[in-house]
Design a protein around this ligand. Structure first.
Ligand SMILES: C[S@@+](CC[C@H](N)C(=O)[O-])C[C@H]1O[C@@H](n2cnc3c(N)ncnc32)[C@H](O)[C@@H]1O
Length: 417
């Protein structure tokens, strides 16, 4: 996994550059030379209102990803126990807070732009309804379920909560979409493409040449003395089937059944679906992290940036936190705008831009816990091995290390590494 951006690449200017447009009340606190990249310190409501007056930004942002507070009624701390941000708005107040900001985001988004909103099970349905209202239900594209952490054993009386959700909307029907694929694994190849073509050694699978539904046109006609099976039609016209057969791309079974050969070397990979299992947040000591609470997985952000923007596009995260979106955008040669209201977030981002990230060990390794010898005890599987009662471990984690300070949050939804 990448560890952040290089010092030189993100070496920006901490001095505020004054805008020629006197309307602006906010100026970036970090800007990289003349590039479009900028980081703002302030309430995103005010900053985005300002950005509406900036012609290089309004209607020009190709991708917005946000990971706002989730209405947890909690205060979050960094791993070094600094207050990072509060998440105390709940219910209607929370929805109103999101509404006024999502309306601004819609204005800032390009006509072919996309927006991804990351939430957990508390407010995702309320915000889905709000997004339908603001972006239009017909512009809803996906609701991605992400596995956020390893399985939990301490959840009582219910199923372990290891998922969160990303709502993906576009501004219109015509939007940037770079389909994403996973690479084939050896096992999957053997299962899915079990045949080797004689003469070429190409690996392939056999698929039917018909599809459901009757057709009156060419694809419903006789081919090689056969009609499509009852209720079906040929996937290709008889002329195209002749061509495929002439190229050796039709396999004939011993009882005369035709099947089309689909070759592995023509596959781009396994198309990504809407359940993401590979992007857990910080989950072991070797994971590089800023130490900021709720820091998201950099590779997950890269997938989103790749799918919904192109090189040179403008990407915005107006709840930037530790700057994961900005780093993903930067590493993939996109321009970016980051906004955050928190001192700690700004401090963490500036440090990340200059020094990258550290392993979890480096963040927590030096601090000893009461009665526990080594930080490896923070990991669920290690605690099990050590025979520690899971509830006590959770309690201990909350006392000693975590992101949870007060509020009425049970803590169970957090994935404590
Ligand atoms: C869940 S964190 C984002 C974490 C981020 N995705 C990451 O990978 O580190 C939410 C962030 O939103 C910021 N925030 C909350 N309200 C805000 C507001 N009105 N304007 C700007 N930032 C805000 C908080 O300071 C916090 O850093």
């Amino acid at each position: 996994m990448a560890t952040g951006v290089s010092k030189t690449k993100m070496n920006g200017n901490l001095q505020v550059s004054t805008s020629e447009n006197g309307n602006y009340t906010y100026h970036p606190i970090w800007q990289n030379g003349n590039s479009a990249n900028r980081l703002y310190f302030g309430d995103n409501y005010t900053v985005m209102n300002d950005l509406l007056h900036d012609e290089s930004v309004r209607g020009k942002i190709r991708l917005i990803y946000i990971d706002p507070p989730y209405a947890t009624n909690s205060i979050f701390q960094t791993r070094k126990q600094q207050d990072a941000y509060t998440d105390l708005l709940t219910g209607e107040d929370y929805v109103d807070f999101m509404r006024e900001r999502l309306l601004l985001m819609r204005e800032l988004l390009a006509a072919d732009g996309s927006i991804y909103v990351h939430l957990d099970n508390k407010m995702v349905f309320n915000i889905k309804i709000l997004m339908d209202e603001i972006f239009g239900a017909s512009n809803f594209r996906s609701m991605i379920t992400r596995k956020k952490c390893k399985s939990k054993n301490f959840t009582k009386n219910s199923y372990g909560n290891i998922s969160d959700y990303i709502l993906f909307y576009t501004k219109s029907n015509n939007y940037i979409w770079n389909k994403q694929y996973d690479q084939w694994s050896k096992d999957k190849i053997l299962k899915e493409y079990p045949f080797i073509e004689e003469g070429t050694d190409r690996r392939y699978k056999r698929v039917p040449i018909h599809a459901p539904g009757t057709r009156n046109g060419e694809t419903g006609k006789m081919w090689r003395g056969m009609l499509p099976p009852e209720g079906k039609h040929w996937q290709f016209t008889p002329a195209k089937l002749d061509e495929l057969d002439a190229n050796g791309e039709i396999y004939w079974s011993s009882n005369g059944n035709p099947r089309r050969k689909v070759y592995l070397d023509e596959s781009e990979g396994i198309a990504i679906q809407d359940i993401w299992l590979d992007y857990l947040d910080i989950n072991n000591q070797n994971t590089h992290t800023t130490g900021y609470p709720t820091e998201k997985n950099l590779d997950m952000l890269k997938r989103i940036v790749l799918a919904s923007s192109n090189k040179g596009d403008l990407v915005m995260d107006c709840f930037a936190g530790s700057g994961t979106t900005l780093v993903a955008a930067d590493e993939l040669s996109r321009n970016w705008i980051g906004i955050d209201i928190g001192n700690e977030a700004i401090k963490v981002m500036l440090n990340r831009f200059q020094n990258g990230t550290q392993t979890l060990d480096e963040h927590i390794g030096k601090k000893k816990t009461k009665g526990m010898e080594t930080p490896t005890l923070f990991f669920e599987d290690e605690t099990e091995k050590a025979g520690i009662v899971p509830n006590l471990v959770l309690h201990h984690l909350i006392d000693e290390y975590t992101i949870y300070v007060n509020g009425n949050y049970s803590g169970e939804e957090f994935c404590l590494p």
